[in-house]
Design a protein around this ligand. Structure first.
Ligand SMILES: [Zn+2]
Length: 76
């Protein structure tokens, strides 16, 4: 069973650090949710429970903090 819930575009999520896919939410047994890579759950998935986008973001954020500022400048 592979029914994914799309994460709204208005919600900021990091892309998968392995393949660059936007993550999706997968329903787990017991009314729980997993945030996982859309392409391959082996890349990363959160523990089943509440929708833990923070945990996903923390894992998939690139360690280079400096590029964050640059990204903001380029966006404008
Ligand atoms: Zn991936």
């Amino acid at each position: 069973m592979n029914r994914f819930i799309k994460i709204q575009d208005s919600i900021f999520v990091e892309k998968c650090i392995v393949c660059g896919s936007r993550p999706v939410i997968q329903q787990a047994p017991g009314g729980k949710f997993i945030v996982r890579c859309k392409a391959n759950a082996d890349h990363y998935k959160t523990q089943p429970g509440l929708i833990d986008i923070d945990a996903w973001n923390k894992h998939n954020r690139k360690p280079d903090n400096g590029s964050d500022n640059i990204r903001h400048l380029k966006r404008g």
